[in-house]
Design a protein around this ligand. Structure first.
Ligand code: ADP
Ligand code: MG
Length: 438
């Protein structure tokens, strides 16, 4: 995979995971040891099975071959554990399937090798991204079925069903656990650290930008071009450092959502004020009277992130913001006419720290997803390379306004009653409620 422009930036705690587009997982750092252990156990298992029932092994080659190969694989994985090539796991899975195929041709008891197959179901979600993991799972079931068919006994076929069932269960359990574990542990650890570092960086960054401001003010105008260039660089990079710090802190900070009735129009206007479109980008709005029951500032932040991404994606074009009600929800979308994304990118845009931009932090959409989900909402991305990208949010709508306006504030007869709900006001039944997001 090229590391050039446009390819995901590859850095962070588990470079291996990122490099292969894999799930980033702590397991990835001990891959050599784990693979060596798996093949070591496989070797012992095969020897044990042989010792327990030597009569059932038809041919010495049948057991000697897998034992020797698995033992060798184990030794190699261990020996090169610090320098494993990127596709070591793929080789391990495919290699062991081939090995089994050969081994089983020589034995009368193919079920002896069940643990090998189960190992794939167990390990695939640890090593591979979901699609590749499912592919290997299916491949394993097929290989296992074929091997059992070759053996041709009833017991072998029964063992195919049992093995497949265990395989799938192992896969699902590990898949579930690893996702939970990774999200949880990583975010907790990264969060604590980032929050501490962010706090520590804030003050020095403020001091630096103040100092730069004073330096600029104290120098005689016009500055000589060299000084101007250096000063501008320092200012730009300080601003960038501050914005990264803010992004990271926004991502890790526990937030409390203060829910209230809010107007979509007002929220969109506020987001556009914070993130005004660059000159060559036109923003079109198609907003209904929709009202949300949500934290205003958080929704503004979400919209600001989506708008900035749309601007950043294209030098010129149109961004369309739409809102429409839908069964107790409001569907909000931000569509651009930018370059769109390949599926490999759009699958990962919500991952923290995933970015394809040279100067990106990869946190914008992770923050978006987190805030939206904290509201019980959803966010999706639809993107077609060459055509553009649309982000679709579904957020809780405010319940219909009460039929009778509160208090005695209705206008004199003949004039329409004033809106019972001035912008951002909170009805008693919708009093702000804390939503603990931690
Ligand atoms: P960052 O903006 O720092 O890169 P984000 O989380 O906001 O982080 O976005 C992650 C990635 O998603 C971007 O690097 C980009 O590849 C992709 N992306 C987001 N929005 C768009 C868009 N509107 N058009 C094309 N790609 C997008
Ligand atoms: Mg962004």
């Amino acid at each position: 995979m090229s590391m050039g422009r446009g390819s995901p930036k590859l850095s962070g705690a588990a470079p291996l995971g990122r490099r292969l587009g894999h799930r980033v997982s702590a397991v990835a750092e001990r891959r050599g040891e784990i693979l060596a252990m798996a093949y070591g156990l496989a070797t012992l298992g095969a020897i044990g099975a042989w010792a327990a029932a030597p009569g059932q092994i038809l041919n010495v080659v049948g057991i000697a071959f897998p034992v020797a190969t698995a033992g060798l694989a184990s030794a190699l994985f261990f020996l090169f554990r610090r320098r494993l090539p990127p596709y070591a796991e793929d080789v391990a899975v495919l290699g062991s399937l081939a090995l089994l195929g050969v081994g089983i041709a020589y034995t009368a008891q193919p079920a002896l090798f069940t643990p090998y197959y189960v190992w794939v179901g167990f390990s695939a979600p640890m090593w591979f991204g979901r699609r590749r993991a499912v592919l290997y799972l299916l491949l394993t079931m097929v290989a296992c079925g074929a091997d059992m068919l070759v053996a041709g006994t009833r017991a072998a076929l029964a063992s195919w069903f049992v093995t497949s069932a265990i395989l799938v269960v192992a896969f699902l359990v590990v898949e579930f656990l690893s996702r939970r574990l990774v999200d949880h542990e990583r975010l907790a650890a990264v969060g604590e650290m980032a929050s501490a570092v962010g706090h520590e960086l804030r003050n020095p960054l403020t001091a630096i930008s103040n100092a730069l401001y004073l330096i600029r003010a104290s120098l005689p105008e016009p500055l000589d071009p060299e000084t101007e260039r250096h000063l501008r660089l320092a200012e730009r990079e300080t601003t960038r450092a501050s914005s990264i710090t803010e992004d990271v802190m926004a991502f890790v900070r526990p937030r409390v959502a203060v829910l209230a009735r809010i107007e979509v129009r007002e929220v969109v206007a506020a987001a556009l004020a914070t993130a005004p479109p660059p000159e060559a980008v036109r923003v079109e709005k198609d907003l209904s009277e929709a009202r949300l029951y949500a934290d205003r500032d958080q929704v503004v932040e979400v919209m600001t992130n989506l708008l900035s991404n749309a601007y950043e994606a294209m030098p010129s074009g149109v961004v369309t913001v739409r809102a429409r009600p839908e069964r107790g929800r409001v569907v909000l979308s931000v569509a651009d006419t930018g370059p769109g994304m390949e599926k490999a990118v759009s699958d990962r845009v919500f991952e923290p720290f995933f970015t394809t931009r040279h100067r990106g932090t990869g946190l914008g959409l992770a923050i978006v997803r987190r805030l939206v989900e904290d509201h019980g909402g959803t966010v999706e991305v639809h993107s077609t390379p060459g055509q553009g990208t649309t982000f679709v949010l579904r957020l809780p709508a405010a319940p219909a306004a009460p039929a009778v306006p509160r208090g005695a504030s209705s206008g004199p007869s003949g004039t329409p009653a004033p809106d019972p709900e001035p912008d951002g006001a909170i009805t008693p039944e919708l009093a702000p409620r804390s939503l603990d997001n931690t």
